[in-house]
Design a protein around this ligand. Structure first.
Ligand code: ADP
Ligand code: ADP
Length: 234
């Protein structure tokens, strides 16, 4: 059963004669799957992510998440994008709690109370090696630390779908491989469906069950491969 479908989508930036970022883009991700999207810089990977999360609405074609057509930002999705965009006037902890406000607005009541979410945020910080950094402001963290905090923010509301756009870019290779394991555990233990954009093939092969290859001009999927030896899903 598909959780994400993109069917024959065109997305053009900047009006009728602007850049055609993706054309005839089609991609389906099943529930419980870990999909990676790889391709050269500028081929439309970020555009794909923004189409699924509802940050862009395509001029042509249909995008659905959980069988609902995406027409506005989707609140059941956790997202972590390349450039951490934390609010500088909020502490790291309060930045991580930010999605809850959005979820509350769109979906109504939250599952847990604030104290429980704070405890969860602190546990997530510990998972990514940032124990005790919740009270720091974003500008007091390094780029890689902000990226890790960003990942915590994507996880705070236990999304069914996690969209990750180059989330490990600014990390040293040790931290990166540690976080790979955090993400993989999340996928296997909680059955979170994940779409990961990366230009690191090794990362894609290590993490994903299925790899989609994009080409540029026009941006579309040209290849789709199941990763051999990927652990079976149930
Ligand atoms: P990738 O993530 O694979 O590097 P993008 O999705 O960011 O690719 O970009 C795909 C194409 O769309 C590129 O040609 C890029 O220059 C263009 N593009 C992306 N964002 C915008 C934007 N906001 N305005 C105009 N063109 C854009
Ligand atoms: P535990 O089983 O004790 O919760 P885990 O190692 O499985 O520990 O998880 C580490 C942290 O990641 C915990 O804070 C957990 O709540 C959080 N976590 C795990 N899965 C998800 C998920 N799908 N969404 C959000 N947070 C999650």
């Amino acid at each position: 059963k598909n959780l994400v479908t993109i069917d024959n989508v065109d997305m053009r930036y900047g009006g009728a004669d602007g850049t055609l970022a993706v054309e005839g883009l089609t991609l389906h991700v099943e529930k419980g799957e870990f999909a990676a999207v790889v391709g050269p810089s500028g081929c439309g990977k970020s555009t794909l992510m923004k189409l699924v999360t509802g940050l862009h609405i395509p001029q042509k074609g249909v995008v659905t998440v959980a069988e609902e057509r995406v027409t506005k930002p989707v609140s059941i999705v956790g997202m972590a994008f390349q450039n951490p965009t934390m609010l500088p006037w909020r502490t790291t902890l309060d930045n991580i709690l930010l999605p809850l406000e959005v979820v509350e607005k769109h979906r109504g009541r939250l599952r847990m109370n604030r104290a429980e979410y704070v405890a969860k945020a602190e546990k997530l910080l510990e998972t990514v090696g940032l124990k005790g950094f919740g009270s720091k402001f974003p500008w007091q963290l390094s780029g890689g630390m902000q990226q890790r905090a960003n990942l915590c923010r994507a996880l705070i509301h236990e999304p069914d779908l996690l969209m990750l756009d180059e989330p490990f870019g600014a990390l040293d290779s040790f931290t990166r491989e540690e976080l790979w394991c955090v993400i993989r555990d999340l996928h296997f233990e909680r059955k979170v469906t994940i779409v990961l954009v990366t230009h690191d093939l090794r990362e894609a092969v290590f993490l994903a069950d299925r790899i989609f290859v994009m080409s540029s001009r026009p941006g579309r999927i040209i290849e789709e491969r199941t990763v051999p030896f990927a652990r079976p899903r149930d």
